[in-house]
Design a protein around this ligand. Structure first.
Ligand code: TXA
Ligand code: MG
Length: 308
């Protein structure tokens, strides 16, 4: 299917990807069409193995090489120079390319069997919740995708961290499943670039993104959430909220941020499906993976409140 230009959704450790042959411009164009994704939002190229990087893109700098050696396969996307073999549509015309090796057996075997790198964004319509289960992909994309490989729920549940480590000052373009603290152990201090909807350097960082269909409001703490009510759902970090809520999702009863990240999109998909008029969410502790979780919650809320 991939070799003939088809679209195959596949599981990764972060979220499900919508894959196409990254060497084929027409196949890549189908991804933009299926996702209703603006053409200015570049795709991530996925490789089966870290050893496949340099044959495709040539020599990379020491920081990029060190990060790939330490974290691949894994939830880290690196920015490199785009090689001529990759058609510009994949990178939305940029001279740079985002690339990663997913840490998932199905994904790596699929890429290896296809024999080509796969361009793969998250397998959801543009701006909507990312899929962490095969059912989410089927529900969101339907007939727009040719095949969905079911690998069960995604282990990390949140997208990869994106880093541009080509220069002297590495920059995190998107907070994600690899905590900033882990990157810094390998390459020293990094800057986290706040997202800007005006300059979509990494449009996963558009202010309004990752949104459920139900309006979502982010409160500063559980105490400020109010008393619930028939049409309201609540997304809690650790403790069930007081009051009478129509639906409650607790991300991690033990207060574990890894578990909270893994359950985030799944919990939002469920709250979105129960038919409440509003989802109220509380933030999680803003450290390690919690930073990426709060980032996604802020962006989901921004869709409904442009002031955020
Ligand atoms: O975990 C993930 O990264 C998942 C799985 C499927 O691998 N993929 C994913 O792809 O989240 P997507 O398309 O939803 O998000 C990719 C992000 C976009 O925000 C895009 O703008 C950014 O990567 N990106 C791609 N190429 C880039 C480049 N050359 N420079 C800066 N940002 C880039
Ligand atoms: Mg996405």
């Amino acid at each position: 299917m991939l070799r003939t230009g088809g679209l195959v959704a596949f599981p990764t450790e972060t979220v499900y990807g919508l894959g196409a042959n990254a060497l084929d411009a027409r196949a890549a164009a189908r991804i933009f069409e299926a996702k209703q994704r603006p053409s200015f939002d570049p795709l991530i190229t996925h490789l089966a193995d870290a050893a496949d990087l340099e044959p495709l893109v040539g020599a990379v700098g020491p920081a990029v090489a060190a990060l790939a050696a330490r974290f691949w396969p894994g939830p880290l996307t690196l920015i490199v120079d785009r090689p001529d073999e990759i058609p510009p549509i994949v990178t939305s015309g940029l001279d740079s390319m985002a690339v990663r090796v997913p840490d998932h057996e199905h994904a790596r075997r699929l890429i290896a069997a296809a024999g080509v790198p796969l361009a793969a964004p998250s397998a959801n319509r543009f701006g909507q919740l990312s899929p962490t289960r095969a059912e989410h992909v089927v529900r969101g994309l339907g007939a727009a995708v040719d095949v969905v490989l079911d690998g069960g729920p995604s282990r990390c549940g949140i997208e990869s961290t994106i880093v541009d480590a080509r220069g002297d000052h590495p920059v995190v373009l998107r907070l994600g499943a690899l905590p900033v603290e882990e990157l810094e152990k390998v390459i020293g201090p990094v800057t986290v670039r706040p997202g800007s909807s005006g300059q979509p350097v990494a449009p996963g960082t558009l202010a309004a993104h990752y949104a459920p269909r139900t309006p979502l409001r982010l409160v500063s703490s559980a105490e400020s959430a109010g008393a619930g009510g028939p049409g309201r759902g609540y997304l809690a970090f650790r403790d069930r909220p007081a009051g009478d809520w129509a639906a409650v999702e607790v991300l991690s009863g033990s207060g574990d941020l890894t578990e909270a990240a893994a359950r985030l999109f799944d919990a939002l998909h469920r709250l979105d499906a129960v038919g409440v008029a509003e989802i109220v969410a509380e933030p999680v502790p803003d450290t390690g993976l919690g930073r990426a979780v709060n980032d996604r919650l802020r962006r989901a809320a921004a869709t409904w409140d442009p002031a955020i």
